[in-house]
Design a protein around this ligand. Structure first.
Ligand SMILES: Nc1ncnc2c1ncn2[C@@H]1O[C@H](COP(=O)(O)OP(=O)(O)O)[C@@H](O)[C@H]1O
Ligand SMILES: [Mg+2]
Length: 453
């Protein structure tokens, strides 16, 4: 008679739709691990999936370590960047507990944009735009004039609210210089770079610091209103295609992004003498001149991982544990060749002036085949769900075609009752065509003109 294996204990750290999606992926695992979560509010998704939910800080590494000591998990999976920046992986390394998420010295790839640009230069990795790092306002005006078109980036984490683009968020030279001075005053450092023109996409690669498992490429939608209007958000929806590329990308674009992620894992290990364990998320832009790097994240994207979870065939706990322990080379990470569309339902007024505290209800009925639902910034009290101001609940449709996946996600978003909104254009043929046309236009602009600087 065989022995009954101990049930594996997995602790998830995070507070968002991404963390609920990762919990779903863990539970789809053979044998079903026992799940715990450290989070910031009573998410209905985590409450339903975990045997215990701890509410606490995700930024205080000692407080997080106390929760870990109490649970004694076999594996910790980190959702967002905040715990990584606070050094949760460093703490777990000292405790000898496998962590899916990199050490803080490696999470610098996300926590310092200037450091990352310099890493590319130092290791000869192509993909940087023209850029300069400034510690004072000396030469700022001249550099802006030299670039002609620019983006201003605080060096550190700003929760998606710090980067400003000329023409979108910045109104000319004086406005830009004012903004630059305010950041220098606050942080003492920033990056100014050339504004790139093209279509953005994300390549999330799971890695143990040596092997990389590339996941399907995803495109996110940052603007809150249909037709890409309105203010920037953390992302209100995303899609991926059955061939794991995107309709406006060439094969070359995807292989270039893969090559860059691989080069970065090697550069990071040379630089820090540590293996990068977790997810390396490259946010790229396809331009007239090829693929360029917008920025790196040191964790899965929210919503981008929501597209991946429903089509992941391989056991996620096996993948995460292998990445966390340096064994990823022995695991094949497989996805279904299906289309996915994710739509986030958000409170009215999001992101600038969101309604807070309203109840939302999901109409229950027959489950829709191909539909997944993930809870985000929602607090459950007495069996009711209340929105907390950020993205509330995500629906992901999976289908053989984009239009099938889109209509499933759209139907899901329609199941929500409450003062909410969502973008019904995400994943529609019209929205995708607009991107294909934009990219064609970008690629067609004259290639034989060189601006002399
Ligand atoms: N060099 C650039 N050229 C054009 N747009 C850019 C550039 N850098 C950033 N952006 C735009 O600004 C957004 C936010 O910038 P990013 O570097 O991703 O910072 P964060 O996500 O930390 O706010 C990007 O998704 C992109 O749309
Ligand atoms: Mg970004």
């Amino acid at each position: 008679m065989g022995t009954i294996p101990n049930r594996m204990k997995v602790l998830l750290i995070g507070k968002d739709g991404r963390t609920d999606a990762l919990a779903t992926a863990c539970l789809a695992t053979m044998g079903g691990p026992e799940l715990f979560a450290l989070t910031q509010f009573r998410s209905p998704g985590l409450l339903a999936k975990c045997s215990r939910v701890y509410i606490g800080s995700l930024a205080d590494r000692r407080a997080m370590a106390r929760v870990v000591r109490e649970i004694e998990p076999d594996l910790v999976i980190v959702g967002p960047e905040e715990p990584l920046a606070a050094g949760i992986a460093d703490e777990l390394e000292l405790m000898g507990i496998p962590c899916f998420g990199p050490h803080s010295s490696l999470a610098r790839i996300e926590t310092s944009k200037g450091w990352t640009r310099r890493l590319f230069d130092k290791h000869g990795i192509t993909g940087n735009p023209r850029y300069r790092i400034f510690d004072s306002d000396q030469g700022v005006r001249e550099y802006l004039q030299e670039l002609g078109d620019w983006v201003v980036k605080p060096d550190g984490l700003t929760g998606g609210k710090g980067v400003k683009v000329l023409g979108q968020d910045l109104d000319g030279l004086d406005d830009s210089v004012d903004y630059i001075n305010s950041i220098l005053w606050r942080d003492g450092r920033l990056v100014i770079e050339e504004r790139l023109e093209g279509e953005e996409f994300s390549l999330q690669s799971i890695t143990d610091g040596e092997s990389l498992a590339h996941t399907p490429v995803v495109q996110d939608h940052k603007r809150v209103y249909e037709g890409d209007k309105g203010p920037n958000t953390g992302g209100v929806g995303s899609y991926s295609c059955p061939d794991f590329s995107l309709p406006f990308l060439s094969e070359n674009d995807v292989s270039e992004a893969r090559r860059i992620n691989e080069a970065v894992v090697n550069a990071l290990s040379a630089e820090t003498k540590r293996p990068y364990r977790g997810v390396l998320y490259g946010n790229f832009i396809a331009t007239r001149d090829g693929v360029r790097l917008i920025e790196y994240n040191a964790r899965f994207g929210d919503p981008e991982v929501l597209n991946l979870v429903p089509i992941l065939q391989t056991d996620f706990v096996e993948v995460a544990l292998a990445a966390a322990t340096g064994e990823l080379g022995g695991v094949k990470v497989i996805f279904d060749n299906k289309a996915t569309v994710c739509k986030y339902v958000v409170p009215e007024g999001y992101p600038t002036d969101p309604r807070v505290g309203d109840e939302i209800k999901l109409q229950t009925g027959k489950p829709l085949p191909g539909l997944s639902c993930f809870w985000a910034a929602v607090d459950e009290r007495d069996g009711r769900a209340y929105m907390t101001g950020a993205r509330a609940v995500a629906f992901v449709g999976v289908g053989a075609t984009m239009s099938e996946a889109e209509s499933i996600a759209e139907a899901g978003a329609g199941f929500v009752d409450g003062p909410v909104m969502h973008r019904s254009d995400i994943g529609t043929p019209a929205a995708i065509d607009a991107r294909i046309r934009h990219m064609a236009q970008v690629r067609a602009t004259s290639q034989n003109v060189t601006a002399l600087t």
